[in-house]
Design a protein. Sequence first.
Length: 425
Amino acid sequence: MDVFRIEGPVKLSGSVTVNGSKNASLPIMAAAILAPGKSVLKSAPDLSDITVCGQLLEQLGGKVTRQNNGVLLIDSTTIDNPVGDYEIVRKMRASICILGPLLARCGRATVSMPGGCAIGYRPVDIHLRGLRELGAKIRLDNGYIVAEAPNGLRGSDIFLGGSFGSTVLGTANVLMAATLAKGRTVIESAACEPEVADLATCLNQMGAKITGIGSPRLTIKGVSQLKPFDYEVIPDRIEAGTFMIAAAIAKSRLELKNCRLEDLMAVVDKLREIGVTVESTHSGCVVARSGPVKPADITTQPFPGFPTDLQAQFMALLSLAEGNSIVIEKIFPDRFMHVAELARMAANLRKEGPAVIVSGVKKLIAAPVMASDLRASAALVLAGLAAEGTTIINRVYHIDRGYEKIEQRLNPLGAKIIRQDATGV
Ligand code: EPU
């Protein structure tokens, strides 16, 4: 098991190119199921979650090959085993988004219920509600979701909201299933996240008839078949946001290339509020901080609000603010595993229900810490850049799920991060 040794504090400078989006790639890979044949996904990041998704498609009977240039070849011609096994699904919750496409293609699907996860309880009831509205019969059997639609799916008007707002993968699942349903489907309270819009754009390239892309009302006119895609995924807005916060926490200036600022307006707004400059360039932006960090309050929300996937990283930054900030988590109220670890690095944090009061400190102090989930781990890396001394992050595999060789991206910019086998520490 690898660990990171991070020397701090450091200054960063230079330019970094943002990779393709993990969370857009995963449902698009699942969309390949809908069209027997050879699909091509460009700019797919080389991450363990993408590898696991590839293994899942292979277990279903497909073939997935990665080329050197970030291109994934997905051959779904021979998908004939519509069963998502617990052994793979438990490694990655996003596996659930094969359910809709399998049901649409094979008329049946058996997919393991995803298990618990470090960011809290994550039910799939809305996914199932939406697929039932399309005519699927669904039951639970021995930890598996068994879905059947022997006579095909039929379009319907579906409300897909829940107590925490819209659902990203739930929208993806129902949207994919509806593309091949008979008649028209309207999804109300659809997730508006750029990753969902990217999936819908790819589905339209495959021959689907989706309108309202990017809005909370998606209208889908069912078609009888789709063709494989040749599609380039959007840049990863969460990776971009993490690099922006890296520039800010290290009191530095970084250029980000291949970054769509329009996907990050809530984050840009908060960065500017706390004294960070963000200037748009033709391919991305330049982010810089020279003065103190001002305190701010953030509340995570569905897009276009502040993303939950940047809450932990922003908290690391606010821990160095001149004053008190409040961070409220409205998507995953238990997504606070990073709080205790940041506190080990001398951050002054107090958790009150789904909120954390961040009392700014003058400096962070390095410590051995434990990565718990993907974004929490990224927050620890950022804190390590600013902290005095050697931060040791255990369980780096969490970071590898969503950031491609992050040390090799940050070190050329001035970071001092060494990856070691745990036994070498
Ligand atoms: N929810 C339900 N029932 C459902 C589905 C969701 O109650 O059937 C609730 C969730 O518990 C949560 C809220 O609705 O409170 C929103 O969850 P959502 O379904 O949108 O999350 P997700 O689709 O499972 C994706 C991303 C997450 C990201 C969230 C929110 C992927 C692979 N995952 O998850 O990304 O945090 O949307 O934006 O796209 C990450 O990349 O680190 C990550 C966790």
